[in-house]
Design a protein around this ligand. Structure first.
Ligand code: DGY
Length: 320
């Protein structure tokens, strides 16, 4: 067995079995605790492949202390935690897992949209805290979803899947993207608007753009304060795309009526974070792709990517 593969989280044995057959595996033994950076750095010194995930920071120092590394396969579509230019410089292939998680992530995006619009978690808290006194004409009213305008920031695979769901609610769909998306326009009837127009005219804004140096704080104070009065903001991409302090202000003193957030700048977010004190914020713990079936597909694809590179080929879904 000439190859060594480092896996940064414990995974079901059957998923890793194909790798066991052809390499020596070092698997971090815990599922709920990330592999510490120093242990990872140590193990990578003589490793050929790395199976990682969103919680691992794969920076220049780590990459340059792994002279034999041929492939970094992340069990995620997002790869903002990996220094791609440094991988490129050292000829290390990087692979990720798009497609298999698209529909599952779009489902959670829509769950947050529906839940935020109709104040589901707030209502549940009322009942559980014994604070529901009676039915009243305008008690716990929310906003309509049907025939409202949905703005999608980042019209890639997941953006399109969100738009398909919105069609079922007869929503008027618009989007902003770096470049125009013909499928979205022709098949989903989405109108291409400027970033400002999407923000100022949409009743719901879903953020689906990856985190890159260009999209960091894309939704800053200025952008958030141009949103439509009472609108709902949903983020299932990466926390860093939104300035959280500015979002807090836009929810308290500005136009944003509610937010549904699955991702945060620092994860896990602390329970005393100001955003979590607001009843109009619905929060989930980075579970966009978290169904058993989808996570199994993501893990299996990550295994395949490692096999493909160690066999001398290219990964099915290469970043570089
Ligand atoms: C991804 O794939 O990037 C998700 O955020 C992790 O599930």
């Amino acid at each position: 067995m000439s190859h060594k593969i480092v896996v940064t989280r414990s995974l079901p044995e059957d998923l890793l079995a194909p790798l066991h057959e052809q390499a020596r595996l070092v698997v971090w033994p815990y599922e709920e605790t990330p592999m510490p950076y120093r242990d990872l750095k140590q193990e990578l010194q003589d490793a050929d492949a790395l199976f990682c995930n969103v919680t691992d920071t794969i920076d220049q120092e780590l990459i340059e202390s792994a002279p034999k590394l041929k492939v970094i396969a992340t069990m995620a579509v997002g790869y903002n935690n990996i220094d791609i230019p440094v991988c490129q410089k050292h000829g290390i292939k990087v692979a990720h897992t798009p497609d298999v998680l698209t529909e599952t992530t779009a489902d959670l995006t829509f769950t947050l949209l529906l839940s935020s619009a109709r104040r589901v978690t707030e209502g549940e808290a009322l009942i559980k805290n014994n604070q529901w006194q009676t039915w009243a004409p305008f008690f716990h009213t929310g906003v309509d979803i049907y025939e409202q305008r949905l703005g999608i920031i980042g019209m890639g695979r997941i953006g399109e899947a969100v738009a398909r769901r919105a069609q079922g609610f007869s929503m008027d769909i618009c989007y902003y993207n770096r470049s125009r998306n013909e499928t979205a326009e022709q098949e989903l009837g989405a109108a291409y608007l400027s970033f400002q127009e999407v923000l100022s005219s949409s009743d719901f804004v879903c953020v689906q753009t990856p985190l890159t140096p260009e999209t960091k704080y894309l939704l800053d104070r200025k952008a958030l304060f141009t949103m439509k009065e009472g609108s709902v903001l949903i983020n299932t991409s990466r926390g860093g795309v939104i300035d959280e302090q500015a979002l807090y202000e836009a929810l308290v003193d500005g136009p944003v009526g509610a937010a549904g957030l699955d991702v945060f700048e620092d994860e896990p977010i602390s329970s005393d974070h100001p955003l979590l004190q607001l009843p109009q914020v619905t929060a989930t713990p980075h579970i966009g792709s978290a169904t058993v079936a989808t996570r199994r597909k993501m893990a299996a694809m990550t295994v395949r990517h490692i096999q493909q590179v160690l066999a001398g080929g290219s990964p099915e879904y290469a970043v570089v």
